[in-house]
Unconditional design. Structure first.
Length: 133
């Protein structure tokens, strides 16, 4: 498994009238975790784009256990539990201190930026991922 942890302080703008994080913001936190995981592998998303690849989300899920609130320091844990193929699945857990607030996942398809059709991931990316498992 490949894992990253990112810490993020909740902005007031991310909360609703009840003072809790607006539910859709968690998908942005998933994106921050995803970018952090790729960056920590020294293969940032921008490198994939330079090589002509994109990773659109084709499926997502988010389960809410407890509300996150303004000014909390969140820990965003991102996990790649399996070696990807044409699809890449990432799992997420978001904590306030040691309390799980949210869990979820995203599934992405490797596509050509030019054609938007599914393609195999870059070979150097796959070698890097396999070396970490």
């Amino acid at each position: 498994m490949i894992k990253s942890e990112l810490f993020y302080r909740v902005l007031y703008a991310h909360t609703d009238m009840m003072g809790v994080i607006y539910y859709a913001k968690y998908f942005e936190y998933f994106e921050a975790g995803r970018n952090d995981l790729l960056r920590n592998l020294n293969y940032p998303y921008s490198l994939l784009e330079q090589k002509g690849y994109a990773l659109p989300v084709i499926e997502t899920s988010c389960r809410f256990f407890l509300p996150g609130k303004y000014d909390q320091l969140l820990k965003i844990v991102t996990m790649m539990k399996n070696v990807p193929s044409v699809r890449l699945k990432l799992d997420y857990e978001i904590y306030n201190e040691n309390t799980l607030l949210v869990s979820g996942y995203t599934i992405h398809s490797f596509v050509s930026v030019r054609t938007l059709r599914p393609i195999k991931p870059p070979e150097d990316f796959m070698q890097l991922i396999k070396s970490k498992f």
